[in-house]
Design a protein around this ligand. Structure first.
Ligand SMILES: [Zn+2]
Ligand SMILES: [Zn+2]
Ligand SMILES: [Zn+2]
Length: 152
C-alpha cells in the first residue's frame, strides 16, 4: 500500500512535468510512509543519511516546488509549517478540515471567500483558511472537547 502511495506521488510529480530524480523518489516515499505531517526538517533528516552532502536548502527548495505544483500541501500547525501529500482528487483551490489528534485532513468544497465582500480600498491577493477540530474516528475513541457527553 505504501509503495502504491509513493507511486501516486511520483505520478503526480510526473504529471506536473517534474523530472523524477532519485531524491524526489525518496521524498515521495517519505511522504507515503508518514502518518501525518512532515516538517522540512523531518524530510531533510529522512534524506541526509542517504545523500552525501545534501543541504537543507536543496530539500527546502524541492518542497517549495512540490507545494507550488500542488503535489504536496503546506499547513500551519500550531507554530510550525508542515507538509503532507496533496489531495489528488482536488486539483482546484480548496480548503481543509484538520484533525488535531490524528492529523487526518478532509478537503472542503466551499471557499469562504466566495461570500466575502472585501472593503473597496483593499485588493486581495490570496487567503488562507483552515478549520481545526476532531474527526469522527477520534471522537469515537473518546478524544474531543466534550466527547464524554456525546450520545453517539
Ligand atoms: Zn488538500
Ligand atoms: Zn482524528
Ligand atoms: Zn479559498
Amino acid at each position: 500500500m505504501k509503495e502504491r502511495d509513493a507511486e501516486l506521488i511520483v505520478q503526480s510529480m510526473n504529471r506536473h512535468g517534474l523530472r523524477i530524480t532519485e531524491q524526489r523518489r525518496t521524498i515521495a516515499r517519505l511522504f507515503a510512509n508518514a502518518t501525518g505531517f512532515l516538517s522540512a526538517k523531518e524530510v531533510f533528516l529522512g534524506m541526509v543519511d542517504k545523500y552525501n552532502g545534501l543541504s537543507f536548502n536543496t530539500v527546502y527548495r524541492n518542497l517549495k516546488l512540490l507545494e507550488e505544483l500542488g503535489v504536496i500541501e503546506r499547513f500551519q500547525i500550531e507554530d510550525s509549517i508542515k507538509y503532507r501529500v496533496g489531495c489528488f482528487e482536488r486539483n482546484h483551490h480548496h480548503h481543509h478540515l484538520i484533525c488535531l489528534t490524528c492529523s487526518r485532513v478532509f478537503p472542503l468544497e466551499t471557499c469562504p471567500m466566495d461570500n466575502f465582500q472585501a472593503p473597496d480600498h483593499f485588493q486581495i491577493v490570496k487567503h488562507k483558511f483552515e478549520i481545526y477540530g476532531y474527526c469522527g474516528n477520534c471522537q469515537r475513541r473518546g478524544i474531543g472537547e466534550d466527547a464524554g457527553t456525546m450520545s453517539a
